[in-house]
Design a protein around this ligand. Structure first.
Ligand code: DHB
Length: 477
């Protein structure tokens, strides 16, 4: 073979492989691949026609074919490869468990989003309970932290990778989630493009694209997990010997956790909206201000606010339209919450092996690949092992950091979304109010736009007051 023929052969082989790599892009979106048109009907008689693109793998190296897919829905108003339509991306993650890509529902924000003309994307994601059986027959847990977040970031990268062919504007992605899903939404909002997630994204074969988003909608985010136990006890320990009726062992744990919270709170160096420092000393008054605002809004909307809530209405005006909330007795208010639903027992989050063996959702999501739950705070690890100086291993500490939006806001590295909508129900006891209040405060301290409230008489739930949410989305868009 002559040298020229040889070179030609090499060149041809090169072109062929390049071409194959091009046409076989495993992350290419096919705009023709939608199901026949469907209709979503709403209880009030409205309906919307839409096209469905379902079961799309959003990573090149699929570990779990059940969960690593997304569904994309296009309302009739956005047919024709519309690149101006914002994308409403909802995660169904709950309890830090695996969640499937689902269809839009007339009873949550996805249906409403379709009706309002948004493209709707619902990605699945691996979670604490995702497993695969290996050839040898043993089980591998594949969805431990930060896998769920990595999957959601990969879904966003997939959309951007296909921005030329996908219906919708990939620069206008609004994420939405509730509880652990609210935490995921807050992480998507806070950690855009942060290099710390890159090795995980590469490993699953995520598209090499940006993963920052336009806005994050977070209902009752269960986050800041490594400080959630101390926050919870600092808030609720005043009820320990009353309605909560803890055992002496539980009270000892509660008190120890509560005692460690002020130092953390002060270390955040947060400032109130007026610029003055927010500290453990003035925190209760600050928290009360949100509850008072919440009660006032409910009162203005015609809600009865019974005395057992501890809310003090201006008695001079009681019953009149000008009636206003002057104070709230927190001791009474906490008992009001407790009477609706029992509190968690201490430690509320990192509980495995401390006073009970059962792992919490958080112990499971930080668990290892062989199925063991893991303690992720020094406090609980020390109690669980009896070693007074034990600390979580560096890889656990890193995973905990990767799952906390507070670690990334204002770090100068992430592209944090400027637009936030955060809600935590005023009777939601799944985590302390401080978790959402601190997230809100840290965001506004860093110059971001946050619509924040503790809606009155709301428990642990999401996708409510959709008129408010969609009005806000219209404003930011
Ligand atoms: C969820 C609720 C919890 O109380 C918790 O600790 C973690 C997650 C949830 O509903 O997603």
């Amino acid at each position: 073979m002559s040298k020229t023929t040889y070179l030609l052969l090499i060149l041809t082989a090169f072109i062929l492989t390049q071409n194959r790599a091009f046409t076989a892009d495993p992350l290419a979106f096919d705009p023709g691949m939608h199901a026949p048109e469907r209709t979503l009907d709403f209880p009030d008689g409205k309906s919307v026609k839409y096209r469905a693109y379902e079961h799309i793998y959003y990573v090149a190296h699929v570990v779990d074919p059940v969960y690593q897919t997304l569904n994309l829905y296009v309302p009739e108003s956005a047919y024709g490869n519309n690149t101006q339509t914002p994308i409403f991306l909802k995660t169904n993650v709950g309890g830090y468990m695996a969640s499937k890509a689902s269809q839009p529902s007339a009873t949550d924000a996805t249906g409403r989003a379709l009706l309002e003309g948004y493209i709707v994307v619902i990605p699945g994601a691996r979670g604490s309970n995702s497993t695969v059986i290996r050839a040898a027959g043993d089980t591998l847990w594949t969805g431990r932290a930060p896998a769920g977040l990595i999957d959601l970031k990969s879904a966003i990268r997939y959309l951007r990778h296909n921005k030329a062919t996908i219906p919708g504007d990939t620069e206008k992605i609004i994420t939405d989630g509730t509880s652990a899903g609210g935490a995921m939404s807050s992480l998507l909002g806070a950690t855009g493009n942060h290099p710390a997630y890159e090795p995980y994204l590469k490993a699953v074969g995520a598209a090499n694209e940006r993963d920052d988003v336009f806005a994050a909608v977070c209902y009752c985010p269960i986050t800041d997990l490594e400080h959630a136990d101390m926050a919870y006890e600092w808030l609720y320990s005043p009820t320990n010997t009353g309605t909560r009726s803890l055992s002496p062992e539980q009270i000892a744990i509660s008190n120890a956790l509560a005692a460690s919270y002020p130092a953390y709170l002060n270390s955040l160096n947060l400032r109130k909206p007026d610029g003055s420092p927010l500290t453990a000393d003035n925190y209760i008054a600050y928290m009360k201000s949100f509850l008072i605002r919440s009660a006032q809004k409910a009162r203005n909307e015609g809600c009865e606010i019974p005395p057992e809530t501890g809310v003090k209405l201006n008695t001079g005006f009681r019953g009149s339209p000008g009636e206003f909330v002057v104070d709230i007795d927190l001791e009474v208010y906490f008992n009001y919450i407790l009477n609706k639903r029992q509190l968690k027992t201490p430690p509320a989050f990192d509980q495995s092996g401390v006073l009970i063996d059962r792992p919490s959702p958080e112990n499971s999501v930080f668990g290892d690949e062989t199925g063991n739950a893991v303690n992720f705070t020094a406090f609980s690890l020390q109690k669980a092992t009896g070693h007074a100086s034990a600390t979580p291993d560096p890889s656990t500490i890193e995973k905990v950091r990767l799952m906390n939006p507070m670690s990334f806001i204002g770090d100068g590295v992430s592209r944090t979304t400027p637009n936030w909508y955060i809600r935590h129900g005023a009777i939601d006891r799944d985590t302390g109010f401080q978790i959402s209040i601190n997230l809100y405060t840290k965001l506004i301290n860093n110059g971001y736009n946050v619509d924040f409230a503790l809606p009155w008489n709301r428990g642990h739930s999401g996708d409510y007051n959709l008129d408010d949410l969609f009005e806000w989305m219209k404003e930011i868009l």
